[in-house]
Design a protein around this ligand. Sequence first.
Ligand SMILES: *Cc1c(COP(=O)(O)O)cnc(C)c1O
Length: 218
Amino acid sequence: MSIADNLSTILNEIPKDVSLVAVSKTKPIEDLQAAYDAGQRIFGENKIQEMTTKWETLPKDIQWHMIGNVQSNKVKYMAPYVALIHGVDRAKLLTEINKQAIKNDRIIDCLLQVHIAQESTKFGLNETELNEIIERQLTNPFPNIRIVGLMGMATFTTDSNQIKQEFAFLKSLYNKSSAQLNSINTLSMGMSGDYGLAIEAGSNMIRVGSKIFGERNY
Ligand SMILES: *Cc1c(COP(=O)(O)O)cnc(C)c1O
């Protein structure tokens, strides 16, 4: 199966109002170009340096999503162009993103990453921290940040009930958050192995890598 075939298979499966982020981390430019030629315009990367190199090389109508953990000192490299930052997992990071957004005279869209998995290696806010950030954005907002939603990663397991529970929990937080903050309209959950369950649970943005580009060799 080609990259174009993989993309069309997925697009035929998912509802029209679910956005597909093609996760191209570690993959060469040619693979991204093949997806682009097939019509894909949203790409997800988890390293700022790698994303910036690809942004410099590829067509400028691509929307680049940062899906990985973000180091504060690297925000400046993506601030001129990044379309959506999925991995905001601490309040302090918003201060830096806001500062770099001001320097670039733009508003940067962000998702708040919530820790829903059992693995402690996965990043994310707990419910209290999430509420604190939302409260702050309501009372004393960062002028150059738009919080547009939540993101989460389920436990890597074959137990689909476990995954369903985690997605349902994130959806419930999303419902509460979006009732408080008008800008919230995006729920980023679901990857190659679990996007079906994620969409059933209410996801409207999935991040799919290996099912489009094949397995990654690190
Ligand atoms: C790598 C990655 C994905 C894509 O994973 P696949 O299983 O290859 O689809 C999605 N989200 C995040 C945050 C990732 O790091």
